[in-house]
Design a protein around this ligand. Structure first.
Ligand code: PLP
Length: 509
């Protein structure tokens, strides 16, 4: 059922005067009042149209709501299946004739059904409203559609420039960026590479491609990122590298991680796939370690469709990554001469064209993401069970996907996701912990309780840049509808709580 507050905004006593009725209508913003007698029995409904017509014909507000209401309103028993209730809204031309139906139990109003039009808020979608099309057009017009051309050069140059003038090597996607970095650093069979348990599988897969052994360690409960303590516990003589993942736009504790790297002489490959623009101590992620790897998949901070990037301060490492990216071919004058097995991991000029256009708008994109995140924070502040991703004083978080934990004893993330899916709002669960998956669990030397906890309680709200303020408000309304029920459910003693069937009836769309 809707929360009691919502219901009470719609219900009024049959004796109130029209002016009071107008005041209530103005507050509930639904355009309708459910009129009840002193015993709370349904006696009618009144719309703002009913009141307007009554006023025009009588020229007076000295009337009771019962004088102007519709005394034969459409209503339904609160136990009627929702499909039957929907039929009663008499949808015509895609619009419902009646959008609110009182639900009664033994004649008394206990709830209402509200028809909500079909709505869909995807979890993430890019906005391509800058020079994307213009640059793509140039690729086609000039015939430079493969992996050579000005956009590859420009995109790499600009990307490196904003990252402390690093050298940048573009790739086909973020996964191969990680693989390329590891291979260029000489990681291979008999080496160990430490990865966090809570991350996308691409992180660990890239290690496995090299033949090295991944070592899965736990995250910190507050940052959701790899725990420096856990890293240090699992360093062995074979450990060669660490892949800190800046998860959901949060920078890892790079002070501690770089100290460990120096102490044990380990390589650092930063997985920045979700964190372009995030900072630790005012320094961009990706510029701490030996290589920083980025992804430009469709749902990432900026996109090239598919795409990735490696950045590094080390000139010779960059040269090596460029060689390996291009079949390992030597560039010493001899044509088609290879002295090692490389890959074809090149980005196309078309991808880079889109990437360059996206990069030109990076500030706007980041601002919009921050605004979306803030709008969620403002709208959902009253729900204490929702815990937003934490902000640290010395870290600048970027908003990849708006991320929350939910701490509610009655309901879990999966029921939140399924209830909101019915209302057209796409939520995403967090990543499944690597150490809990059959194919990876042998690489976890110890349990990862923090990963498990965060994974179980975490989820992402829709963060599509295309969402308008109106869309966001529609999303918030739907989220609140679900959360009010949950709050109500936890507050009301079981014997007084409404039958659970009502919960289902109020969330059909
Ligand atoms: C998206 C992502 C990747 C992989 O990037 P692709 O471009 O999809 O290959 C790697 N690591 C993390 C943490 C990611 O979120």
């Amino acid at each position: 059922m809707k929360d009691a507050k919502n219901l009470e905004r719609l219900v009024c006593n049959h004796n109130i005067l029209l002016l009071e009725a107008l005041r209530l209508l103005n507050l509930n913003e639904k355009g309708i009042l459910i009129v009840v007698d002193d015993e709370r029995r349904l006696v009618g409904t009144a719309t703002d149209g009913d009141i307007r017509r009554a006023f025009i014909s009588k020229q007076s507000f000295e009337m009771k709501i019962s004088d102007v209401m519709n005394a034969n309103p459409v209503f339904a028993d609160h136990l009627l299946p929702v499909e039957e209730i929907i039929k009663m809204t008499e949808t015509t031309k895609g619009l419902p004739k009646i959008s609110i139906i009182p639900l009664v139990s033994n004649g008394k109003v206990v709830d209402y059904y509200e028809y909500m039009p079909r709505f869909h808020a995807p979890i993430a979608s890019p906005v391509l409203d800058g020079n994307e099309l213009k640059y793509l057009f140039e690729c086609v017009q000039t015939n430079w559609i493969s992996s050579q051309g000005r956009f590859v050069v420009d995109f790499e140059e600009q990307f490196g420039k904003i990252h402390n003038n690093c050298n940048a090597v573009s790739t086909m996607n973020g996964t191969v960026a990680l693989h390329l970095a590891l291979v260029a650093l000489g990681i291979g069979p008999n080496d160990e590479v430490i990865v966090p348990s809570l991350t996308f599988a691409a992180t660990i897969n890239a290690v496995l491609y090299t033949g090295a052994r991944p070592v899965i360690v736990d995250i910190d409960r507050d940052s959701w990122c790899i725990s420096p303590n856990e890293i240090e516990k699992h360093i062995t003589l074979k450990t060669k590298a660490i892949i800190p993942v800046h998860l959901y736009g949060q920078a890892c504790d790079m002070d501690s991680i770089m100290n460990i790297a120096r102490k044990y002489k380990l390589y650092i490959v930063e997985d920045c796939a979700e964190a372009l623009g995030a900072k630790f101590n005012n320094q961009f992620v990706g510029t701490f370690g030996d290589v920083g790897c980025f992804s430009f998949f469709g749902n990432k901070i900026i996109t090239t469709g598919e795409g990735g990037m490696c950045i590094s301060q080390d000139k010779s490492l960059t040269t090596r990554m460029k060689k390996l990216r291009d079949h390992g071919m030597l560039r010493d004058g001899r044509l088609y001469y290879h002295d090692e097995i490389g890959f074809n991991y090149r980005m196309t000029n078309m991808q880079a064209a889109i990437g360059l256009a996206q990069l030109e708008k990076l500030d706007v994109i980041q601002l919009k993401r921050d605004q979306i995140q803030q709008a969620y924070a403002d709208a959902l502040m009253e729900f204490k069970a929702l815990i937003p991703q934490r902000n640290f004083e010395n870290r600048k978080k970027v908003c990849w996907l708006v991320a929350y934990l939910i701490d509610n004893k009655i309901n879990d993330v999966s029921s939140l996701i399924s209830q909101l899916k019915e209302k057209g709002v796409d939520l995403r669960p967090f990543f499944f912990p690597l150490d809990k998956m059959e194919i990876y669990k042998k690489f976890a030397p110890a349990p990862c309780p923090n990963s498990e906890f965060i994974s179980e309680h975490g989820f992402n709200f829709p963060t599509s840049l295309a969402l308008s303020e109106h869309d966001l408000n529609a999303i918030f309304d739907r989220i609140k509808d679900v959360l009010y029920v949950w709050q109500g459910a936890s507050a009301i003693p079981p014997d007084l709580a409404h039958p659970s069937s009502i919960l289902i009836q109020t969330s059909p769309n």
